[in-house]
Design a protein around this ligand. Structure first.
Ligand code: ADP
Ligand code: MG
Length: 695
């Protein structure tokens, strides 16, 4: 149950005064939520300083001016195009004209009758040597002047929602903010010069000078820290829970691993060896393992995962690997069944497509323990599949899994250890915020002697010479991908563009060209992919990443159209598909016009680097957080108050702080612990309280 003290913040925006249902919809969309807290997390991005009010004869044109004026004359326009003008004068006797392009005559007559004084505020301009103000922001009674002379925050807005409305709503919302017990460590607050939560929140909504708007102002940092700590506490609690679960000791004698290593035609890299030791340490420990294995495309994760699986098999247990698609599962089967043969164990594939007698057989053998390693899609866990003794699960490329899904996974099987593998390079900050519930291993080295991909950046206008080059390549027996962007907002037109490209390439390359896209049935897709794999097709036009997730060793050329529309991490993944290591391959990034400076920089990063981690870091710098990974939906790593490009240091502190809390006050019972519960509710991380904390 949410602490009562927070109730005022969890009321609905629609109950505020002056909003009505029409505006409510707009505002809720804008602030991304329906509750008062959502509104409060919507922070000003600018300010208007209305304190400036020297007499008009000394005033600075271009600034917001606030002061008292006397109306002298109404000048109605003779044509519709002209503004309604009101001549006025301030206390220094300086003339100013107020212009109204949109107006109601009556209300102007009522508001600014000749001979009366008013306080106004707006941008001072000069035209034909005369001072003027177009549509003053405020026209109020003269005694309101002092109230008007303030600094006004400016909020991010949208069509239909004015700053005035926003100010009105925020004022009501801020009035509801209760005094909350302090959940941060007193000494830490002093050291950082952080105000209390309430003071911080009030002050970010009332910036007095431009510096107050900066992400690094003490008030903003305080709020960012609150949010990050809530995130890190949740993850630490999840981590703790996994650790608390009894696991089993999987300490194989190494005979299968040795046999495989002796028969491989390569040596493990130092990074592979180190990571394998980390995994094995977890597997031999008596708690459950939940570990993330990260490694760039081609860094050799698969063999590491398989060796870990062998460790489980050496103990007489079973292991499974779950791939995100059927195609990738089949690919794992190809690699792994060869290795299984070498060491003399049995690996089988099980997907939704395998039916009837074959399926029954596999299921029976699995239950009897005759299959040591099972390879499949997520269907492995949702259907009638029973293992004899599943002790180890590898999840491949499931970087879109949420924290809670991962926990569920680790609960399947017989106290199974879980290894999550991803080839998406994830910057450290995102690892901490999105995968902070897991232990973490990284293969930070690729096997030596690999040839770099020759990456070129070209405008779309060079398409003819690209096609000519492609012709030459294909004539030598190469295979190539042609990737067209597919952006959700206009899926239809994007698809049409891809189909058009397919048609035009077909005119040149005839029946050697195939097309795959996301709207196709799985069966059709697989058929086309298969033709490309066998070489019946030599050019594959594709619209999405998933479809090119296949290993086709002969494919050494990739052309990416409108490369600027892809995320860098995505481009990196795509390019990884043609990285064959010891052969030369070519990637052509074609861009459309106009290309922004940032886009140009991004494409150049791709041209100059193949280091996935570097690319991801740069992408993060250039575009900020969630987009790098497409994690917008995951619910993690998307912060409302924290900005990881500037608050990195706070994240690291929050991680340590969360660990400290769990070490010293596991059940959140101390005064700080009680206050931290409020923090978790405030940032709607209460699910973690329900799930992981008792009482
Ligand atoms: P990842 O899954 O990390 O993208 P893979 O495991 O598919 O990479 O490995 C890519 C290729 O490199 C495979 O053909 C694999 O057999 C090979 N490989 C793996 N480790 C090494 C190594 N240490 N030295 C040379 N080749 C390796
Ligand atoms: Mg792989």
């Amino acid at each position: 149950m949410r602490p009562e003290i927070l109730n005022p913040l969890f009321g609905l925006i629609e109950n505020l005064q002056g909003i009505g249902s029409r505006y409510n919809k707009l505002v809720c969309n804008l602030v991304n939520g329906r509750k008062i807290v959502d509104l409060l997390w919507h922070l000003p991005i600018n300010l208007i300083d209305r304190t400036y009010g020297t007499p008009l004869n000394r005033a600075v044109v271009g600034r917001i001016w606030t002061g008292k004026i006397k109306t002298m004359e109404h000048l109605a326009p003779s044509t519709k195009k002209q503004p309604y003008r009101i001549a006025a004068v301030d206390e220094s006797g300086t003339d100013i004209t107020l212009n109204f392009f949109k107006y109601y005559k009556d209300s102007l007559a009522r508001n600014l009758p000749v001979g009366t004084y008013k306080a106004i505020s707006g941008k001072l301009e000069i035209f034909n040597g005369r001072l003027q103000m177009n549509h003053p922001d405020y026209i109020v009674a003269p005694e309101m002047l002092d109230a008007l002379k303030s600094v006004e925050p400016v909020y991010p807005l949208c069509a239909g929602v004015s700053n005035k409305l926003m100010l009105k709503l925020q004022k009501q919302a801020l009035a509801r903010v209760p005094d909350l017990p302090e959940w941060q460590d007193e000494r830490f607050l002093n050291r950082e010069g952080f105000p209390s939560f309430k003071v911080a929140l009030l002050s970010v909504h009332h910036p007095l000078k431009p510096a107050d708007l900066e992400n690094n102002s003490p008030a903003r940092r305080r709020l960012a820290y609150d949010e990050l700590l809530a995130n890190q506490l949740t993850l630490a609690l999840a981590r703790e829970r996994v650790k608390k679960q009894a696991g089993r000791i999987l300490d194989g004698d190494g005979h299968l691993c040795h046999r495989l290593l002796e028969n491989l035609d390569f040596e493990l890299t130092d990074a592979q060896k180190r990571v394998l030791t980390e995994i094995k340490t977890d597997m031999t420990a008596p708690y459950k393992m939940l570990r993330l294995l990260q490694g760039d495309v081609g860094s050799g994760k698969t063999v590491v995962a398989f060796l870990a699986m062998l460790n489980a098999v050496e103990c007489g247990a079973q292991a499974a690997i779950m791939a995100p698609t059927e195609i990738l599962a089949k690919q794992h089967l190809e690699t792994m069944s060869a290795w299984a043969q070498i060491v003399g164990i049995r690996a089988e594939l099980l997907t939704g497509k395998i039916k009837g007698k074959k399926r029954d057989e596999i299921l029976a053998d699995l239950q009897a323990g005759k299959i040591n390693v099972l390879i499949g899609t997520h269907a492995l866990f949702t259907e009638d599949v029973a293992f004899k003794d599943l002790a180890f699960v590898v999840v491949d490329e499931q970087h879109r899994f949420g924290v809670n899904q991962r926990l569920e996974l680790s609960e399947k099987g017989n106290k199974a250890d879980v290894l999550v593998m991803t080839a998406t390079p994830i910057p450290r900050t995102l690892v901490l915020t999105q995968y902070g519930d897991m232990e973490y291993s990284k293969i930070d080295e690729v096997p030596k002697g690999r040839k770099p991909v020759d990456t070129r950046v070209l405008p779309l206008s060079k398409i003819e010479s690209v096609v000519a080059g492609l012709k030459r390549k294909l004539a030598t027996g190469c295979r190539a991908y042609w990737v067209c962007p597919l952006v959700e907002e206009s899926e239809k037109t994007d698809l049409a563009a891809a189909e058009e490209r397919f048609a035009s390439l077909q005119k040149i390359f005839g029946d050697k060209v195939g097309l795959v896209h996301g709207k196709m049935k799985e069966k059709q897709k697989d058929a086309v992919m298969e033709q490309f794999r066998t070489g019946a097709l030599s050019l594959l036009v594709a619209t999405t990443v998933i479809e090119v997730g296949v290993n086709v060793p002969e494919a050494t050329v990739m052309i990416i159209e409108q490369a600027e529309r892809f995320g860098l991490a995505q481009l990196h993944q795509l390019r990884g598909r043609i990285k064959r290591g010891f052969e030369a391959s070519t990637c052509i990034l074609m861009y459309g016009f106009p290309l922004s400076q940032t886009s140009r920089e991004r494409l150049n990063i791709m041209k100059n680097s193949e280091d996935g981690f570097l690319i991801a870091e740069k992408d993060l710098e250039l575009r900020g957080g969630g987009e790098v990974l497409g994690t917008r939906q995951s619910g993690f790593g998307e912060f409302k108050l924290a900005d990881l490009t500037v608050h990195k240091d706070l994240l690291y502190t929050a991680r340590k702080d969360a660990e400290f809390v769990l070490q010293t006050d596991k059940n959140f019972t101390s005064p700080r612990g009680q206050a931290l519960r409020i923090l978790l509710y405030l940032f709607e991380q209460d699910r973690s309280l329900k799930n992981y904390l008792s009482g």
